[in-house]
Design a protein around this ligand. Sequence first.
Ligand code: AVI
Length: 321
Amino acid sequence: MQDKSTVLTSAFEQEVYDGLTAQPKYLSSKYFYDEIGDKLFQDIMAMPEYYLTDSEFSILDRHKEKIAYIFNFDKEPFSLFELGAGDGKKTKILLRHFSEKDIDFDYRPIDISQNALDQLEASVTKELPNVEINTLQGTYFETLADIGESHAKRKVILFLGSNIGNLLHPQAISFLQSMQEVLNDDDLIFMGFDQKKNPQTILDAYNDKTGITEAFNKNVLTRINTEMNGNFDLDKFLHWEVYDPETGTAKSYLVSKEKQTVYIKSLDLEVNFKAWETIHTEISQKYDDEVVSWLANEAGLQIENQFSDEHEFYKNYIFKK
Ligand code: AVI
């Protein structure tokens, strides 16, 4: 058990302590991402099973003219903020198009990972030298406050990759509300929402045979081992994915293959697992138009436009206040 004198210094330590002493156990998927996790997520996005990336890529490519027209309808300069920018691969379709059309804008990517931002800044500067880029490191909630600070130009906020799907509906609503609060009347939000579809397609995307998603899910245990001096044996846990087509919720678990005890030295915490006990690690919510308009409505937003890929696997919506 944890000694009362042990001081939990980081939010990560506190959340690991709370999650692994809870019943049932959980860990947050936001801790998948460090240098290794960022790389694994890039590998996931390149997998044929992970249709989300190609779908959004094709939407941006197919509809870039119309998107440019909507973002730049008044020919006024605007700032393109991007929450959770990652490697910016999809966003570069828009950046390139805007740059070719001489649209007056600047690009302000935001990410929790400084490593991802450094790589993105280097690649944008190299590939698209005319695009002005200013990066900002932080969580979505922290940086939204910065976005709101009396920003002079019109704002367009991108939130791609169906990242919103990693939030439960009440959290998604409060997140959309915080975005709504920083919007002026002419500002826009452009957001990706993965759609409900054949459940098998979804399961395959989160349970690839090559084991990349498994390694990604287990990276939270690797981080606990390295950053908190833990002794998780990764081979003693299964990656397990379920999808409920009724609610549209995909859930990831790590399942203990046997009765075992793990010790996390920095937390002075012994964690006991029964055989087949679970740690819930991630939700990846899938949507339809009704659910998206309900979420938007609850947050005081309106759907202005929507774009879809040819299979209707994925949609990008434009919201206004
Ligand atoms: C970042 N996020 C939207 C991804 C998703 O689809 O939920 C993370 C991911 N988890 C497993 N594969 C990809």
